[in-house]
Design a protein around this ligand. Sequence first.
Ligand code: AMP
Length: 515
Amino acid sequence: MTKANIPAVGIDLGTTYSVVARLDERGQPVTLVNAEGDRLTPSVVLLDGDDVVVGKEAMKAMSSEADRVAECAKRDMGHRAYHRVIGGKQYPPEVIQAWILNKLRSDAVQQIGPFEQAVITVPAYFDEVRRKATQDAGYLAGCEVLDIINEPTAAAVAFGFQHGFLNAAGSADRPRHVLVYDLGGGTFDVTVMEIRGSEFLALATDGDVALGGYDWDQRLLNMAADAFQREHSLDLRTNAVAVGKLWRECEDAKRTLSARPKAPIVAEYQGKVVRLEISREQFEETTQDLLDRTRFTCVQALRAASLEWSDLDHVLLVGGSTRMPMVRAMLQKISGKVPDASMAADEAVAHGAALQAGLILAKSDGRPATFSIRNVNSHSLGVVGTDPQTKRRRNGIVIPRNTPLPVSAKRQFKTAKHDQRSILVQIVEGESPSADDCTSIGRCTVADLPSELPAKSPIDVIFNYQADGRLKVRVQVPQMDRLLETEIVRENGLSKEHLDAWRRHISGQKATEYR
Ligand code: AMP
């Protein structure tokens, strides 16, 4: 098969819903429907004995079999295990994500024939560890991950495509500054971009990997559960099934409140019932602090991009939660512009990913590129050192956040003693001066230092942040003029052996545990 025949597929692996898109024969991104005929697949997994059910049916089971259902696993990426035990077992979050990817891929195969390659999107604010876990989830699901791209960047590319910036005529136009406000189910991202013809340049990015529509749902859930407790002196939050059922009610009510001034919520537990009517005003009041957090993050991102609100040409809305009127009103007030909701909020990210997949396949086939993307890193990269005075572990920043990618940076270490044969480098991501408050990426051991090196010999460690936000580390011993590759040993990642065992198993869609 030539590259021209390989479908260009983009996957938005969302916290609450996932979407698959491909480029059609004319190069237009189109959303693929799943086996149930829906454009959005709930990112929910039901582990039913040895069977794995993903999507709408799994979501339905949340109200009756909540203890066998995994939802919002994306929020746990980068952790060793999903935050709840499912059916008595612990699963790595990348395995849960892989089951979702497997369903997305096999449904897509029914329509477009077999394919393995795909571009998968991640929140811009995902750190290196979470990006690696996403790539691993792709591997587990039998995908060849062509690229990992940032969700807001993907949305901006889809926007650029829709507005003709990617045409020859569009490219000559003046640069535009766009703020992409992406509030999904479980994550919040803001990225300030400059669209210079067909070049998409991220200027700054910021966000919160634990803030999304889900938190708005939780507030409604707490309101309803409190009312239930006042009336019946029972806390239904102690029962997973009752919570699962009420959560669905609340998510529904939240959507209603985007269109109507009032919404009903019914809380039921142990045969007792409470009926509430929530007004939009009450809802907005009880979630105001969540919205304020997103506003504050936008201000920080603009500042990091050295722009003012008045410099922006567009404020782009991405993610299902931007349908809440409070989001639009806040952005309009602060930016003085009507936020642009012209793109399908849920589908724009997958469309941008499909465009990027098309670009990669075209380039590898020798066809010309129609656009280019340049990203920045969302977290500072540092190495751990010890403060000589306090003896505390410090974060020595090597690559500051919002640096254009790809980038390489060199840090020199000195051997401590004569004939030292190895050096240990601990790598972290984060802004805090204290290494303990940062995310540990892992350790690199440089094991093969030449013998008889005198004490205090320089050793250069070269960090290479790739365009997709993944890290490679190499080591150079200047006296030897030799480059040594070094593997990062990760603290929370799955070993290759575990990955391969899960991969074999996931292809059979079985839930048996490997850890
Ligand atoms: P995404 O991850 O972008 O698909 O966004 C999913 C989130 O959007 C979920 O939290 C949904 O509850 C939320 N959402 C979808 N439609 C609406 C709506 N009409 N009003 C409020 N929230 C919505």
